[in-house]
Ligand binder design. Structure first.
Ligand code: NI
Length: 174
């Protein structure tokens, strides 16, 4: 297991559409282990493979609280089967959009079909934070970030801020 670098916006790689996984094998499990390590290290609750530069339809999540036992979840080739017509609002953040948060509206519940860590077909009924998080992560597989739901003005302000911060960290200090 190893910790990978998380790509941050603006970065064209984050805008790629990820490809389906043909078979969950050793390479995919290794990738999921690395993703989970990377996510825990960054204090995130979800991570899509593209966020570490791998365009595969793979997501890891863990919604357990700090003091609780870890409950990692793995989703390969997730597909949303049913979306609730009712929406709920959650404040979202993203490891690829550091230090930015916004309230985003998404379907309240959804059913997701996917392959698990062992490549077995599963279906999950998600609600609350789980529903929000899985939809946020599945957006990554389509190259979509939560800031895309904001007004043009708000989005461009965030991107400008992130670009500035990036340039700052590229500077050499003596
Ligand atoms: Ni994200």
């Amino acid at each position: 297991m190893s910790i990978k670098t998380i790509l941050t916006e603006p970065n064209k790689i984050l805008r790629q559409v990820s490809k389906s996984v043909e078979k969950v094998g050793q390479a995919e499990r290794q990738l999921m282990d690395d993703m989970l390590d990377t996510m825990y290290h960054a204090n995130g609750i979800g991570l899509a493979a593209i966020q570490i530069g791998v365009p595969k339809r793979i997501i890891v999540m863990d919604l357990s609280k700090k003091e609780e036992e870890k409950k990692p979840m793995y989703f390969v080739n997730p597909v949303i089967k049913n979306k609730n017509q009712n929406f709920s609002k959650y404040e979202e953040g993203c490891l690829s959009v550091p230090n930015q948060f916004a309230e985003i509206e998404r379907p309240k519940t959804c059913e997701v079909e996917y392959l698990d860590y062992d490549g077995e077909k599963k279906i999950i009924k998600a609600e609350g934070l789980l529903a929000t998080c899985i939809q946020h992560e599945m957006d990554h597989l389509q190259g979509i970030l939560f800031i895309d739901y904001l007004s043009k003005l708000k989005k461009s302000m965030i991107i400008k801020k992130l670009s500035k911060d990036k340039n700052k960290s590229d500077r050499i200090t003596f």
